[in-house]
Design a protein around this ligand. Sequence first.
Ligand code: NAP
Length: 305
Amino acid sequence: MSQIYNRVALIGLGLIASSMFHAIKRAGLAGEVTGYARSAQTRDTAREIGLCDRVCDSAVEAVEGADLVVLCVPVGVMGAVAAEIAPALKPGATVSDVGSVKAQVIAAVAPHLPDGVHFVPAHPLAGTEHSGPRSGFAELFDNRWCLIVPPPGSDRSAVDRVEALWQGMGALTEEMDAEHHDLVLAVTSHAPHLIAYTMVGVADDLRRVTDTEVIKYSAAGFRDFTRIAASDPTMWRDVFLNNKEATLEILGRFTEELFALQRAIRTGDGDHLHAYFTRTRAIRRGIIEAGQDTDAPNFGRSNRG
Ligand code: NAP
């Protein structure tokens, strides 16, 4: 894979930015990668572990001369960061982001960008429950989707270059409009996270089940909820506050289905439960066939894992 950008700037140096850096280096996609994070502690860590070719002490310094700037900060601060860097952007540069919500991010960022700077929002559908500069790895995006969400009228060659970068980092890409993206993600990611947070919260409240029992017997299903519920609190607070409508729509449907299942249990309607679980099992099979998960028992983990 050959170089796509001369200079790339990563703003925010957490899981996604650090994985991008490693994936860019793996394939030689950029000449130089600069980076900036809000805290001196994260910047020092980045310098210590060699994350970025150059770690800068201000966002403005990091974006100066960059051909591509990628905002890798929580969704709620994208607009403020865009306002801060706007005057320093090179004419003809492209700004992108990796935020988990798109309509609100576009509304917050686009007004700050000067004429002649392209904006190509993107969202890699890959992550772990870990965060921070040490959590990234080059393989994070391999064979995962990255949705590209160009606003109407975007410059075609700028979009193609961002898409080529993600493909070079191992991802599969597809273009989508922002509203559709937010609805799809509410179903596949945002509502499931809220449900996991709730389930772990409920278990925590249930004092008749001791803490040790919850942990000891967690492989019975609960453990997979705890992994999701360990995700970064700031990131997820911002996701729900910024994808309000779609998340509420899906949670409304979820509640209706939950009531229907609750009623089937109460009335002993085994046919309803069996038919429902048969349908959901087929969805799991579809995900495996699409190469988006392993069918190894227990997600390929050892029993101790
Ligand atoms: P993360 O590991 O928590 O890192 C966030 C980074 O943003 C940190 O380096 C933090 O700096 C920096 N930051 C926060 N506020 C800032 C500000 N005002 N100015 C400059 N830097 C700031 O987060 P992440 O998981 O990489 O997520 C980053 C973005 O990717 C989010 O928008 C998220 O929605 C999206 N995303 C996440 C996942 C996932 O599963 N994690 C997947 C796809 C997309 P400090 O360390 O100094 O606080």
